[in-house]
Design a protein around this ligand. Structure first.
Ligand code: OOG
Ligand code: NI
Length: 459
């Protein structure tokens, strides 16, 4: 990287801020939600000194009030591979593969995000990115029409394409180029109130699947939500109505616990917006696309912890299947709490039972070190401290719940489970990273550093 290049972390931070400003202007309720989340985060940090110092130790305190994820839905393989190159300019790479066909949504997805711990604390901005699967749409004629519309649209500005290519060949962007890139890249995510199709085709697409209309009928993959991170999702959920926002009835993910695990999410419903279809100057169309969401992040789970989570979630949902209209929300939350009571809820047990990932650091305690001691023994002896590693990814069942609540209740269809990671990676033009490998690596690297620290002190 030459001296004149600015870091990809800095480009990502600028882009995330620009996106947030754009979305605040387009969807005022998002601004209300962000203010509420910031207020509640401030209250949590003021009331809970231990949590505040843990977040400061793990370099999360500074990032929290700027932390966002967004989501887009793409139509073609070419769009997906170009968006991969666009996100790479900002240090974001594809992590994880999510098959949502099981949940009746004809897409498969990945999340673009930074992976390096230092980059995550600089700015963890992520974008959940889905690719439409036309192969899951039954109507062959409609499939062909949809694909013809998608083939002719261009979701990147020419200047954006040039700047991506320049970043690739030069290994980065200079100050002015970075600002131009942020401005041009933002165009891809902007809302367009004029559609790419006429009203008749829109209705056919919408009838086949709400998602099909949302992807095919528009000029670009408008950002459909931007999610701030809260330190107390139950409080924000409870206060949303006072601020004029109606949340969906059920918080997705694990129940409320002493030690948060994985990810809990809730959203408010999509806005209904006026749309002008082709050949219709009256803007008499209506489309619901954009919504709001909040999330609370907790401990990243190991494959063993994840398997326990998946089993318990399936058990709770089998006992009470949450209805789309929220009518059995209380019964579902009660079943969830009951079923999850067997999931260990203190940090020591989560660590010693191998359920979660931890970051190790040497404590200030002086003393010799026995190289043969295990990490758990060193923690028990007060030589090492273990802090939870935050889950930076997504949950397919939760994502399906978010999709369904904002696509409308009638959108629930069932497809056969139909994962196709190899196809997705071929379209993407790259493999997706395995997030368990990333967490395991971060844990192992911190432990090796902590052991080296202890050894140098002992010597
Ligand atoms: C994406 C829904 C998934 C999440 O937080 O799980 C998601 C979408 O509706 O396009 O954003
Ligand atoms: Ni989301």
């Amino acid at each position: 990287m030459s001296h004149s290049h600015i870091s990809s972390d800095e480009i990502r931070a600028r882009f995330a801020r620009a996106m947030s400003a754009m979305y605040r202007a387009e969807v005022p309720a998002y601004g209300t939600l962000v203010s509420l989340v910031e207020r509640v985060n401030g209250e949590v940090l003021a009331a809970d000194e231990a949590e505040a110092s843990r977040l400061s130790r793990t370099n999360e305190l500074d990032r929290i009030n700027e932390e966002r994820h967004g989501a887009i839905r793409l139509g073609t393989a070419a769009e997906l591979s170009t968006i991969r190159r666009l996100f790479a300019v900002m240090g974001m790479v594809p992590v994880g593969y999510y098959d949502l066909s099981v949940a009746g949504v004809p897409v498969h997805s990945t999340a673009f995000r930074p992976v390096d711990p230092a980059a995550l604390s600089a700015n963890p901005f992520r974008v959940f990115t889905s690719l439409l699967r036309l192969d899951l749409i039954e109507d062959e004629a409609l499939r062909a029409e949809a694909s013809a519309v998608l083939e002719t649209r261009e979701i990147f500005t020419p200047a954006c394409r040039d700047l991506i290519a320049r970043a690739e060949t030069e290994g980065g962007l200079g100050e002015a180029e970075a600002d131009a890139f942020v401005e041009e890249a933002l165009e891809t995510f902007r809302w367009h109130d004029t559609a790419n199709v006429d009203g008749a085709l829109y209705r056919r697409l919408d009838h086949a699947h709400r998602l099909l209309a949302d992807v095919v009928a528009f000029k670009g993959p408008h950002i459909n939500h931007l999610t701030p991170r809260t330190l107390d999702i139950d409080t924000v959920q409870a206060r949303m109505p006072q601020d004029g926002i109606a949340p969906k009835a059920v918080i997705e993910g694990p129940p409320s616990r002493r030690v948060p695990i994985l990810l809990r999410q809730t959203s408010f419903k999509a806005l209904e917006e006026p749309v002008a279809f082709l050949g219709d100057e009256e803007r008499e169309g209506r489309h619901t696309a954009r919504f709001g969401e909040i999330e609370q992040r907790g401990l990243a789970l190991t494959p063993k912890g994840q398997a326990l989570y998946d089993r318990l979630l399936a058990e709770a949902r089998a006992r009470v299947t949450p209805a789309a209209d929220g009518s059995n929300a209380d019964a579902y939350m009660a079943a969830l709490c009951d079923v999850f009571s067997v999931f260990p809820d203190d940090l020591d047990r989560l660590r010693t039972e191998g359920l979660g990932y931890f970051r190790y650091a040497a404590t200030g305690t002086p003393g010799g070190i026995d190289a043969g001691l295990s990490a758990d023994e060193l923690v028990a002896a007060g030589m090492l401290r273990a802090d939870p590693i935050t889950y930076e990814d997504f949950l397919p069942v939760s994502a399906a719940g978010i999709f369904q609540s904002n696509l409308g209740d009638d959108a629930a269809r069932s497809f056969e489970a139909n994962p196709s990671q190899a196809r997705f990676e071929a379209d993407l033009g790259a493999p997706v990273a395995d997030f368990h490998a990333l967490y395991a690596e971060a844990q192992a690297a911190s432990l090796a550093r902590a052991r080296a620290d202890l050894a140098s002190r002992a010597g």
